[in-house]
Ligand binder design. Structure first.
Ligand SMILES: C[S@@+](CC[C@H](N)C(=O)[O-])C[C@H]1O[C@@H](n2cnc3c(N)ncnc32)[C@H](O)[C@@H]1O
Length: 266
């Protein structure tokens, strides 16, 4: 087995062998009739970039949702740093009614903020049923009453508007997955209330498979966000760490996610 694959499997099993997270993942996999081998194969394919699916179809399978969730649990990873930033920004906004567009899987801000609050709710938007099916199982472990505050909306951003009135719109590494990112963001901003806030994270670096747009530097990203009708209030970068984030070796060393907390331009 080559060293990259060995390292990757080491990371996977650091989560799968965890007494809480691993046990939970094994239970969810059992109830969804998915083998650990299917999850392992998807983990390797997705991280080594050897997937047969070229476009967003990569996210269609249930196995891929397990992979996204496992990433979020790898100690010291880029994915954990991203969760820390979004949790901090969400807590600063103090929103009651949030929509998370292309949410992927439930992450830390949901567990630490939404489920702990008496008056906060979130709508998870995605185009694939796998996102909702996996989330239902995970959320059952996180809370007995999550259905009172977490809602699902199946929408393909390429085809339909993100309608609805929310205090906070989150696009975390998702807007670049739609065919016309500027159109989707502009229309969402135009349709939002004047006091709505936005958290947007964009990948900074050369274009990736599954992405329809690239921002080669922070300045490009700022200008683009402002061009879509937003005023930037805060920003924070999250860099990959090649020693933990195996995929980082295959990409530009300066690649990072740039997070913006924004309000609407008046
Ligand atoms: C890179 S993942 C990001 C997941 C999560 N937001 C995060 O940052 O960890 C992209 C997500 O967007 C969803 N997605 C891709 N294209 C979409 C579209 N056209 N409409 C709605 N969701 C889409 C995928 O199913 C996937 O869950």
């Amino acid at each position: 087995m080559d060293t990259e694959k060995k390292k990757l499997l080491g990371m996977l099993f650091s989560v799968l062998d965890h007494h809480v997270y691993g046990a939970r993942i094994r239970k969810i996999a059992g109830s969804m009739h998915l083998s650990l081998m299917a999850i392992q194969e998807e983990f390797v394919r997705y991280n080594l970039g050897t997937h047969d699916a070229i476009g967003n179809e990569v996210y269609k399978s249930i196995a891929n949702r397990f992979v996204l969730h496992i990433h979020n649990l790898i100690d010291g990873s880029w994915h954990q740093d991203r969760q820390a930033v979004i949790t901090k920004f969400v807590s600063e906004v103090n929103a009651k009614n949030v929509i998370d567009v292309g949410f992927g899987v439930p992450t830390r801000y949901v567990e630490d903020l939404v489920l702990q609050s008496d008056d906060m709710e979130v709508t998870f938007l995605d185009m694939y049923d796998s996102a909702f099916a996996f989330s239902e199982h995970l959320l059952d472990f996180w809370s007995s009453n999550w259905r009172d505050k977490i809602f699902f909306k199946k929408i393909n951003m390429d085809l339909d508007n993100i309608c609805g009135d929310y205090d906070l719109y989150i696009f975390q590494d998702s807007i670049e997955h739609t065919k016309n990112p500027a159109k989707v963001l502009r229309e969402t901003v135009m349709g939002a209330a004047n006091n709505a806030r936005f958290i947007i994270s964009l990948p900074i670096g050369p274009i990736f498979p599954r992405h329809y747009m690239e921002w080669l530097g922070d300045r490009d990203a700022r200008l683009w966000v402002e061009g879509c009708g937003l005023k930037i209030e805060k920003e924070q970068s999250v860099y990959t760490k090649p020693e933990v984030d195996l995929f980082a070796k295959q990409i530009d060393p300066k690649y990072h996610d740039l997070y913006f907390l924004c309000s609407k331009q008046r």
